[in-house]
Write a protein that binds this ligand. Structure first.
Ligand SMILES: [Zn+2]
Ligand SMILES: [Zn+2]
Length: 155
C-alpha cells in the first residue's frame, strides 16, 4: 500500500463536492466547507428551509430567473458554524464561486480565503469586495480535484 494522500486544498475541495451531492435544487448542486487550521468548522449545501418542500419534489420556485426556495450552501454553512462560533480567518471551500450575497456574508464573518471549483457567474462587485478585504481567491478546477481523487489511495 502506497501513501498517496490528498493535499489539503484537494482534500477539502473534494469534501465540498461530496456535500454538494445533498443539495435539493435542480438548478445547481452547491457545497461549502468552512475550514480553519485544517479543521472543518461547518459545512452546507443549498437546500430549502428544513422540513419544507424541496425543489427536487416540487420544482424550483422561480423569481426573476433565480430559484428563491433555497438557502445557499455558504449561508447554510455559516448558520451551522454560528451554533459553535466561527473563527476569524477561515477558508471557504466551495463548488461554485459564491454569489454576491454569499460573498458579502462570508467576508462579514471573517473569511480570508476562498477556494472555488467552478467559475460560475463571477460577480464583479464580489471580486472587488474580496480584494478590498484582502481575501484570497483560488481557482481549483474540477479536473484537478477529480484527478487528485483518482490518484489518491482509499481504504
Ligand atoms: Zn430550486
Ligand atoms: Zn449564494
Amino acid at each position: 500500500m502506497s501513501d498517496n494522500r490528498l493535499a489539503w486544498d484537494q482534500y477539502f475541495a473534494a469534501q465540498a463536492l461530496l456535500i454538494a451531492n445533498r443539495a435539493t435544487c435542480r438548478r445547481a448542486k452547491v457545497g461549502a466547507v468552512l475550514v480553519k487550521d485544517n479543521k472543518v468548522i461547518a459545512t452546507g449545501y443549498n437546500g430549502s428551509v428544513s422540513g419544507t418542500e424541496h425543489c427536487l419534489d416540487n420544482g424550483c420556485l422561480m423569481v426573476d430567473g433565480h430559484c428563491v426556495r433555497t438557502i445557499h450552501a455558504e449561508v447554510n454553512a455559516i448558520l451551522q458554524g454560528a451554533e459553535r462560533g466561527i473563527p476569524q480567518g477561515f477558508t471557504a471551500y466551495v463548488t461554485h464561486f459564491p454569489c454576491l450575497n454569499c460573498s458579502k456574508q462570508l467576508l462579514q464573518v471573517g473569511c480570508k480565503r476562498v477556494v472555488y471549483i467552478n467559475e460560475y457567474r463571477i460577480d464583479d462587485y464580489a471580486r472587488y469586495l474580496y480584494q478590498e478585504k484582502g481575501c484570497d481567491l483560488v481557482h481549483l478546477p474540477l479536473k484537478e480535484v477529480k484527478q487528485a481523487i483518482l490518484d489518491a489511495d482509499f481504504i
